[in-house]
Design a binder for this molecule. Structure first.
Ligand SMILES: Cc1cc2nc3c(=O)[nH]c(=O)nc-3n(C[C@H](O)[C@H](O)[C@H](O)COP(=O)(O)OP(=O)(O)OC[C@H]3O[C@@H](n4cnc5c(N)ncnc54)[C@H](O)[C@@H]3O)c2cc1C
Length: 448
């Protein structure tokens, strides 16, 4: 077994939006950045095989209670399979935790040109669901998207969740490319094991790589392995407080057969409603890719499996709720995520409203099915106020966390805009205060 040694100003574990944003900003600021990613850099996107290969445990990752938890292990993290919906952070981050992200949210909306899609791209099913929802008083709107409408083909059949092959959907890979252009280095298939800590100060990371180990020395260490990966690394590094109390923003899909072009023939999550936000319920147009639809129907509604023949005429609504923080992630990646009675009540209420909307939109009431509960937003496992401070630093000096695990409470909304904004704020803190005035650079100058 060989060990490769490397040195950097900053080493980052995980290349999802949390890690890639910091990597890009710090490389642009002239720092020597090393970005370690457990997954591969799979390029062949937009097909079912890739959808399976990039999913953790081929999409069949279950908690001890049987909840399916979806995440991607690949460069760019879950932004390769996300739906591209962009929603600003909830108010509580500013009012309760005193973290003001307004500047970073506005900057990101401008930089990435995040806007609702035009109606011809949203497609017939999305517009019909919005219209039916509004007729019933649920105040649907066109959602802001990380999608460039000039490159998007509305008829590509829901390939968004298998990776956009046309580059219409923004993913964290764009920040990785910018990091590399600015001199930063990406190492793939580097499975970070633990953070090296000496006298209460982080000094680097150790990763498994094919055939051996990668041993990195760095002044600043950032863990960005996502809501499941980060608590594993932190616990193995001696931060046993990580991993407790997790949100996953549980969701169910409610689908039904209509008479015309279905939800799969338009980009997912193009319309939605936040009217029931205070109850922690969000509804948006969405259906599983075909292979996942069949698996989920087989698990929950066996008598309807043959409706896959009518897949292209299916309308779908996703019910997403803000859940109670419960359960844990262990250092070997086992997950326990019990749902509370309140969580189940909210899911059920959202599903029954979705059924009403689908019937109003023209679906056959007998065809309507509710899929199993799943979670696609693991977070809060290294949260602000308990594991990290408001600068996202742990109790170990120069060890920071930048991913959904720092989010202190369930979001009940898309995560990525919040994640990029938090990571940009952390980057400014690192550049100005940790490397800058009175920080690492001046200590190096003093020594010289
Ligand atoms: C199907 C689906 C649809 C979604 N749709 C939306 C949407 O429309 N809008 C939205 O805002 N959000 C959406 N999300 C959620 C969003 O994609 C995630 O919440 C977001 O990507 C989380 O970012 P992150 O940086 O915390 O982690 P991730 O994106 O999970 O990135 C973590 C990275 O760390 C790597 N990693 C893990 N362990 C290690 C290790 N030990 N060493 C090195 N690297 C490691 C992983 O491979 C991964 O690349 C969706 C998620 C899914 C699954």
């Amino acid at each position: 077994m060989k060990t490769i040694h490397k040195k950097a100003d900053i080493v980052i574990a995980g290349s999802g939006p949390g890690g890639a944003t910091v990597a890009c900003k710090l490389a642009r600021a002239g720092k020597k950045v090393l970005l370690l990613e457990k997954g591969r850099d799979i390029k062949f996107l937009g097909n079912h095989l890739t959808g399976l290969l990039i999913s953790d445990k081929l999409g069949l990752n279950f908690s001890e209670e049987g909840l399916n938890i979806v995440r991607a292990i690949v460069t760019g993290g879950s932004t390769i399979m996300y739906c591209g919906a962009a929603t600003p952070p909830p108010d509580y981050i500013k009012t309760k935790y005193k973290i003001d992200l307004d500047k970073y949210v506005n900057e990101t909306i401008d930089e990435l040109d995040l806007n609702p899609l035009p109606d011809e791209i949203i497609g017939k099913a999305g517009l019909r669901i919005m219209e039916a929802g509004n007729e019933l008083g649920y105040e649907f709107e066109r959602m802001r998207k990380f999608i460039n409408p000039d490159k998007c083909r509305s008829v590509c059949g829901g390939t968004c969740m298998m990776g956009c092959p046309r580059g219409a959907k923004w993913s964290a890979r764009e920040y990785i490319k910018e990091m590399q252009a600015a001199g930063g280095e990406l190492v793939v298939r580097a499975d970070v094991q633990h953070v090296k800590i000496e006298d209460g100060v982080a000094t680097g990371m150790l990763a498994h790589i094919p055939g051996g180990f990668l041993d990195v020395d760095a002044d600043v260490v950032v863990v960005s392995a996502g809501g499941v990966g980060t608590p594993c690394i932190l616990q193995k590094s001696g931060l046993h407080e990580a991993g407790r109390g997790m949100f996953v923003d549980p969701l169910v899909f409610v689908t039904g057969v209509a008479k015309d072009r279905g939800t799969c023939l338009g980009p997912p999550m193009s319309v939605g409603t936040y009217k029931m936000n205070e109850e922690g319920i969000v509804l948006s147009d969405l259906i599983d890719p075909l292979w996942m639809w069949v698996i989920m129907a087989a698990l929950k509604n066996t008598s309807k499996v043959l409706d896959f023949l009518k897949y292209r005429r299916q309308y779908g609504i996703m019910v997403k709720i803000g859940d109670d923080r419960q359960g844990f992630v262990t250092m070997d990646g086992r997950i326990s995520k019990p749902l509370t009675e309140r969580d189940r009540y909210r899911l059920n209420r959202g599903a029954s409203i979705s059924r009403e909307i689908l019937i109003k939109a023209g679906c056959n009431s007998k065809s309507i099915i509710v899929g199993p509960v799943r979670g696609a937003h693991p977070g809060s496992t290294a949260r602000v106020g308990e594991v990290v401070d408001t600068n996202l630093q742990t109790r170990v000096k120069n060890l920071f966390v930048s991913d959904a695990s720092v989010i202190p409470e369930a979001l009940d909304r898309p995560v990525v805009l919040t994640m990029i904004s938090l990571a940009k704020r952390l980057s400014d803190h690192l550049i100005e205060n940790v490397f800058g005035n009175g920080g690492i650079s001046s200590k190096i100058e003093e020594k010289q």
